[in-house]
Design a protein around this ligand. Sequence first.
Ligand SMILES: Nc1ncnc2c1ncn2[C@@H]1O[C@H](COP(=O)(O)OP(=O)(O)OP(=O)(O)O)[C@@H](O)[C@H]1O
Ligand SMILES: [Mg+2]
Length: 359
Amino acid sequence: MHLQRLWLSDFRSYTTAELTFAPGLTALLGANGQGKTNIMEAVAYLATLSSFRGAPNEALVRRGAAGAVLRAEAEREGRALLIEAEITPSGRGRVQINRHRLARTRDLLGALRVSVFSPDDLELVKGGPAERRRYLDETLVARRPAADVLRTDLDRILRQRNALLKQAGGRLTPEIDATLAVWDAKLVEVGEALAEARAALIEDLAPSLAGAYDDVAGRPAHVLATYEAPWRATGLAAALEAARRDELRRGTSLVGPHRDDLLLTIDDLPSRTHASQGEQRSLALALRLAAHRVVTESTGTPPILLLDDVFSELDPDRSWALLTHLPLGQTLLSSATGLPPGTTPEQIYRIEDGSLRLS
Ligand SMILES: Nc1ncnc2c1ncn2[C@@H]1O[C@H](COP(=O)(O)OP(=O)(O)OP(=O)(O)O)[C@@H](O)[C@H]1O
Ligand SMILES: [Mg+2]
């Protein structure tokens, strides 16, 4: 897979922009706030239909514009691909491949794949459970685009179920009870399927994760990843039954995959609370490396690597470890401080005042 060309229109800070990409390494250099990450985000949006910064679509559309358009030319297994996506402030817009409008927006997923590394990855280890659930779900979808249906269904079911719980105002009338039973059944079906998929993914990630941590940290440690979902002991239906009273009182869904976590430990200590800064950084890199490896194995082609300013945060040893352990296929790298030592880009874009200059 090779991304050849990208056009942006009214995306983030860009009114219009056009870039070409080398088959190997392309560097984007420029001072803070010039629009380097915006370019990475545009490429990633075409792969995942969302922002890797977790930004809402509204933030992706240039201020004052009605909508954004992204277009990319790529080559995959000798076939030319033209991918186009509209972004509206309220959500995913129309998408087309080779000028055919896709019946479902999600059918775009899998046409391009990316693995993003960014300084924010530290949040995977230090941050709350939502960051880790997003990591798991994005990796699931990168591996098998059909899994997207699980997370979007879960979101929809929870929205409706929460609205109902709120509407109940703490009282379980026969009507509320009957409607709640319908949403419970849906939540059980989708929730258990998603949790099972996440748990299976973690098992597949485990060997790569342990290996990647040793590579990055430069010394062996016992790294474990486990899916934490207390409700799985009894099944979701029984757990919902047990939580009924609390859920009615609080007016929101309290058990299910939207509350689960990925528990990470180094030498049996929980990394979020016990690991050192350096260990947390190594583990965050290892999580991204492991996902990159697992997706490459299951799809047969390495995703495009987006290395967004990662080297500025890493000491020389970890930078070197990352560069030597990443199978460098097509890569975009951004930096505000110049090129990391040991990199030899095929082309360099310099970004200044929103304009791109190729050198
Ligand atoms: N929707 C939007 N409309 C207009 N401008 C935007 C929008 N979203 C972001 N920007 C602008 O884009 C700029 C940030 O771009 P970006 O994050 O790509 O910078 P960067 O080059 O990666 O900087 P750094 O080196 O600090 O990471 C900011 O100046 C911000 O105001
Ligand atoms: Mg940036």
